[in-house]
Ligand binder design. Structure first.
Ligand code: PRX
Length: 636
C-alpha cells in the first residue's frame, strides 16, 4: 500500500488511521519516497502550540524548484508543464515544456540575482495571469528570495500596504493586463503605490499590452532585454526546510492584512500530497485550476502542487464571460481538461446563463470537478454535477485557507461518496475538532461547533510576517493547544464535515476573504462619515455581498445620498479594490452598540438578512432606539 496515492475508501481509512497514530512515521515515509532532498532532516516534527512553534523536517536541505522542475527533466523534459490560455481566444495557447520552464526560470533567476536580489529578500509580484507570473514565483524560489504575490485587482494603496509590511526590495509587474474586453493599466497603479514604498529600489516591467507607460529613470527596467541575454542555467540555492518560501496576505477581522509566512519543506510535501489525492492526477492528465496565482489556491494548486507532481497545469489569463459565457467550457474541450477546479461564485454566475453555452462543447474529458473558497449551495452543486460533470465526475468540495497552505477537508474522488454542500472527510494527517462556546471539544457525530485543528500538518503557516504575537492571538488563543480556523462546521451522522461559514467578522464575497475593518476604515475616511459598520448578506451569485450601515456627521437631507454612495464606493475601490465595494448602503441615525461601545454586528447582520423577527438578546444595548429606525429604513 502506498501512503502517497489513495485509490479507495478502505485505503483511505488505513492511511488516515496511520497518519493519526503515527504522524511522524507517516509523513517521513511520504517525504522520503517522493521528493528530492539535498540533505535529510534531523527530526520530522517539533511543535508547541502554546508558543506557537512548529517545524517540519528540521535540518533538511532542499530547493523546491528542483522538485518542481529539475528532477522531471530526464523523464518529462518534453512534457508540457504550463499550458497558457490567453485572454483572447484568437491568440494562440502556449505549451511550455519542463525543459523550457527550466531555462526560463533560470534566466529569470539570473536577472534577479544581477539586480541584487539575494536569499531572504522579499520580492513583490503584481502581475496578470501570464506565464511570467508562475516563472517569477519559481525564479524567486530558485534563489531563495521570498515571493509576495499581490493579486493584480488590488488598488495602489492596498499594494503599497502589502509592499511596506514586508519591506519588498524589488517589484515585478507588467505594463498592463487584459481582462475580458478591458485593458487595465497596471503600471500606473504600481507607480502610484511606489510613491509610498521606500524599500523598493527596482521595478522589473514585463510587456503584455504594449500600452503607454512611464518608466522612471534608475528604477524601472524592461525585463525582456535582460532575459534575452541571461544564462539558461542557474544553480538552485539550497534552503533549509524551515526557510520561508513566500508571504501571502489575507484579511483579518481587524487590523491590517496578515502576511502569512509559509516555509519550504513541509509546504512542498503537503501541497504535492494533497494535489495528488484530491485530484487523482495521473501522468497524461491536463489539470486546470481557474484561480489567480494572487491567491493561495493559485500558489498551491496552479504552481507548486501540480509541478512537484510533474503535471500539466493550465494557466488562464481571462474571465469566464469573455468572449461569452461558454469560455470555460470551450477551454475544457480545446485542451481536453481532465481535472477542473473553480469557485462556487463562478459556477453560480455561469448557471444563470443559457445552457447552450455548455451544450456546445464536448466535456467528456472531465474526470474530477472541484470547488473552493466558500460554501457551495445545493443548487449550484447540482448544476455543476448535472451539466458539467454529466453525473460522471465526482465533485470535490475542498475546504481550506490561506493559513493552511493546502486542502484540509475534501472528498477523494472515486473514493469518498459525495453529498452536496459537504466537504466530507479530513485528508490524512489532518485532525479536526469541533468545539462549543466553552471551548470543550464535542466528541462523536451529529454535532456542530467551531472548527479547530488539533495537531500540526506540514503546510501550516508558521507565523504572520513581522508579528508573531498576532499569529498567536488570532489562531492559538481561542482554544488551548489548537489552531482555530475562524469557521464553524457540523459533523453529520457518518462523520462528514459541512462548513457552516465564518464565525468572525471576515466576510467571503465571491470567494474573496474581506475583513470588515479595512473597509470600514476606508469608508470612515470620507469627510461626511461619522462611523460605519459592514456586514455580509446572502447574494445569489457572490455568495455574500456587503451591506454598509453608515452614520453621517450631519444628518438630514442636505447631501445627495446617491452621490455619497458613489463617493464612498469610490473610496473603497481606491483603498482596497473593486472587490470590496458595498452592494447596499443605508444611512443610519446611529449604530447599535453595547455599553462598552462595541458595535453589535449580529443585529445588523440579521437586518441585512431580512431576519428581524428574532434579533436575539438586545438587553445589553446602549441605544436600543436606533434598532427600530434601522429596521424601518432597511434596504431589503
Ligand atoms: O470560510 C472558509 C472559506 O474560505 C476561508 C478561507 O479563505 P482564504 O484564506 O481566502 O482561502 C480560500 C482558498 C483556500 C475559509 O476560512 N472556505 C474555503 N473553502 C471552503 C470555504 N467555505 C466552505 N466550503 C469550502 N469548501
Amino acid at each position: 500500500m502506498s501512503n502517497y496515492h489513495i485509490k479507495n475508501l478502505e485505503e483511505y481509512w488505513q492511511v488516515y488511521r496511520k497518519s493519526i497514530q503515527n504522524p511522524e512515521q507517516f509523513w517521513e515515509e511520504i517525504a522520503e519516497e517522493h521528493f528530492l532532498w539535498r540533505k535529510k532532516w534531523d527530526s520530522v516534527l517539533e511543535w508547541d502550540f502554546s508558543k506557537p512553534e512548529v517545524s517540519w523536517f528540521k535540518g533538511a536541505k532542499l530547493n523546491i524548484t528542483e522538485n518542481c522542475i529539475d528532477r522531471h527533466l530526464a523523464t518529462r523534459g518534453d512534457k508540457t508543464a504550463i499550458l497558457f490560455e490567453p485572454n483572447n481566444p484568437k491568440e494562440e495557447a502556449q505549451h511550455i515544456t519542463y525543459k523550457q520552464l527550466h531555462a526560463r526560470v533560470c534566466q529569470f533567476a539570473n536577472v534577479l540575482k544581477a539586480q541584487g536580489v539575494t536569499k531572504g529578500d522579499r520580492v513583490c509580484l503584481y502581475l496578470p495571469m501570464i506565464p511570467e507570473l508562475a516563472i517569477a514565483v519559481l525564479a524567486c524560489a530558485r534563489i531563495g528570495a521570498v515571493h509576495s504575490v499581490v493579486f493584480a485587482g488590488f488598488s495602489a494603496s492596498a499594494l503599497a500596504t502589502r509592499i511596506n509590511d514586508c519591506d519588498c526590495k524589488l517589484i515585478i509587474c507588467s505594463d498592463g493586463s487584459y481582462r475580458g474586453a478591458k485593458t487595465i493599466d497596471l503600471k500606473s497603479i504600481v507607480d502610484e503605490a511606489l510613491e509610498d514604498c521606500q524599500s523598493v529600489s527596482k521595478s522589473l516591467v514585463i510587456k503584455r499590452t504594449n500600452g503607454n507607460v512611464t518608466m522612471k529613470e534608475g528604477r524601472d527596467i524592461w525585463l525582456q532585454p535582460l532575459l534575452d541575454v541571461a544564462d539558461t542555467s542557474c544553480p538552485a540555492t539550497i534552503m533549509d526546510a524551515e526557510d520561508p518560501l513566500f508571504v501571502l496576505y489575507t484579511s483579518g477581522s481587524t487590523g491590517k492584512p496578515k502576511g502569512m509566512v509559509h516555509t519550504t519543506g513541509g509546504y512542498m510535501v503537503y501541497a504535492a500530497y494533497s494535489f495528488k489525492n484530491v485530484f487523482q492526477y495521473t501522468e497524461q492528465d491536463i489539470y486546470w485550476c481557474t484561480a489567480d496565482i494572487g491567491w493561495i489556491t493559485g500558489h498551491s494548486y496552479i504552481v507548486y502542487g501540480p509541478l512537484v507532481n510533474g503535471a500539466t497545469t493550465v494557466m488562464f489569463e481571462g474571465v469566464p464571460s469573455y468572449p461569452d459565457f461558454g469560455r470555460f467550457w470551450e477551454i475544457v474541450e480545446k485542451h481536453k481538461v481532465n481535472q477542473f477546479y473553480t469557485a462556487p461564485t463562478a459556477i453560480r454566475a455561469l448557471a444563470k446563463e443559457n445552457l447552450s453555452f455548455v451544450e456546445k462543447y464536448d466535456l467528456s474529458s472531465l474526470k474530477v470537478l472541484g470547488t473552493v473558497g466558500e460554501p457551495i449551495n445545493e443548487e449550484a452543486w447540482h448544476w455543476y454535477n448535472d451539466n458539467i460533470g454529466k453525473k460522471n465526475s465526482p465533485i470535490v468540495d475542498t475546504w481550506w485557507q490561506t493559513e493552511t497552505g493546502g486542502i484540509m477537508i475534501s472528498p477523494i474522488p472515486y473514493t469518498t461518496p459525495t453529498i452536496p454542500t459537504f466537504a466530507t472527510f479530513p485528508l490524512p494527517g489532518i485532525q479536526p475538532a469541533l468545539l462549543n462556546e466553552n471551548g470543550e471539544e464535542l466528541k462523536g457525530n451529529q454535532v456542530e461547533g467551531k472548527l479547530a485543528i488539533k495537531f500540526p500538518w506540514p503546510s501550516m503557516a508558521r507565523t504572520i510576517y513581522g508579528n508573531h504575537q498576532r499569529y498567536k492571538e488570532t489562531y492559538f488563543s481561542a482554544f488551548k493547544n489548537m489552531y482555530f480556523t475562524g469557521d464553524g462546521a457540523r459533523r453529520d451522522a457518518v462523520g462528514y464535515y459541512r462548513i457552516t461559514g465564518r464565525v468572525d467578522d471576515v466576510i467571503i464575497v465571491s470567494g474573496h476573504n474581506l475583513g470588515t475593518a479595512p473597509i470600514e476604515d476606508a469608508i470612515n475616511e470620507h469627510p461626511a462619515v461619522a462611523e460605519s459598520a459592514i456586514v455580509g448578506f446572502p447574494h445569489d451569485i457572490k455568495g455574500n455581498a456587503l451591506y454598509g450601515y453608515i452614520t453621517l456627521k450631519e444628518t438630514g437631507e442636505s447631501r445627495n445620498h446617491d452621490n455619497l454612495r458613489k463617493e464612498i464606493n469610490q473610496l473603497i475601490t481606491e483603498r482596497i479594490g473593486p472587490i470590496a465595494k458595498l452592494e447596499k448602503i443605508q444611512f443610519t441615525l446611529g449604530l447599535p452598540k453595547t455599553r462598552s461601545g462595541k458595535i453589535m454586528r449580529r443585529i445588523l447582520r440579521k437586518i441585512a438578512e431580512k431576519d428581524t423577527n428574532n434579533l436575539g438578546d438586545t438587553s445589553t444595548l446602549l441605544n436600543p432606539e436606533v434598532v427600530q429606525n434601522i429596521i424601518d429604513n432597511a434596504l431589503v
